[in-house]
Design a protein around this ligand. Sequence first.
Ligand SMILES: NC(=O)c1ccc[n+]([C@@H]2O[C@H](COP(=O)([O-])OP(=O)(O)OC[C@H]3O[C@@H](n4cnc5c(N)ncnc54)[C@H](OP(=O)(O)O)[C@@H]3O)[C@@H](O)[C@H]2O)c1
Length: 343
Amino acid sequence: MSDHNQQILLARRPEDVPTEDIFEFRDIPINELEEEQVLVKTLYLSVDPYMRGRMNAGKSYVEPYAVNEPISGAIIGEIVESRSKELKVGDKVQGFLYWQLYNGVNASAVRKLENTSVPLSAYLSVLGMTGLTAYFGLLDIGQPKEGETVVVSAAAGAVGSIVGQIAKIKGARVVGIAGTDEKIAYLENDLGFDKGINYKTTTDLQKALEEACPDGVDIYFDNVGGTISDAVLSLLNDFARIPLCGAISSYNSKGNEDLGPRMQPKLLKTRSLIKGFIVSDYRERFDEGHQELADWLSQGKLKYEETITDGFENVPQAFLNLFTGKNLGKQLVKVSDPSNRDR
Ligand SMILES: NC(=O)c1ccc[n+]([C@@H]2O[C@H](COP(=O)([O-])OP(=O)(O)OC[C@H]3O[C@@H](n4cnc5c(N)ncnc54)[C@H](OP(=O)(O)O)[C@@H]3O)[C@@H](O)[C@H]2O)c1
């Protein structure tokens, strides 16, 4: 095992669009383990849009990152040293850990991944938080029914690509909105979406949506907010449901410049339900979601894509990719190889 450890700190809070200089790399020692602790080598690390919100100082559903402190997030790792009876060297684990090459933590801070046939990275994508977000947001709030029209934004991303496929499994007609022609081709040709709309090249998004949704919109799974959502919401049918999952179009906004139309009359007239949610609201039901996603995966009903950036030094760039749309499916970083390279 190397004795070189490194971490990534938040060097300063971004004011708008984040740049690489908000991050700083720092060399740190690997401390002796205490009893019940394990040393986790990072194999894969997840970068997520919600982390942008944690870079701001304000109060939210989760604590802001502290300046000059390491950033944390979902990580898949391998135990390389253990003083715990529960976890042994070679075990693969998952946890919310610091962006570090190695984390020395209590064994209770990580969860062992039992051997399955899926690649390890899937625990940070389709079988991880983003898969569960799609699952609970769509099924619990959206409640799709056969023949209904479902629209999803950021459709070729980690959450959106799973939302659309689950909606198809439930017999809905699915329209996805995404930002490149490659993503639209992926949605229509690989994932079975009925229609994709490139919001960056379409000259009239409203018209494109009207044509793609001739029977109106029953469910809008909102990942982006902003003008895209304004256009979709104008097409709501009576008793439409809107799982409000994210608003990435405004994450880098400084203030209130992102004002849109007043939606209350439309929501009232259509008696629509709009509900914000955070995946952790469903913590008690994670096993259920995980099981069904794994079943669909093994039955070939669900596909997933990962954009895997290589190398710890490229974590900042991978994070920035989320805001320029460079990722297809889940954006991850591969930090190191497992010692047994079977997964
Ligand atoms: N509520 C929850 O518990 C929960 C959990 C996970 C994620 N989320 C939210 O769900 C959304 C998707 O997250 P994800 O992890 O699946 O990320 P993702 O979709 O894999 O990646 C982000 C995508 O957003 C699109 N995007 C970026 N800036 C945009 C803008 N200004 N306008 C429109 N689209 C933009 C880009 O795709 P294009 O090329 O299509 O522009 C980019 O690839 C985010 O808003 C995130 O915060 C919520």
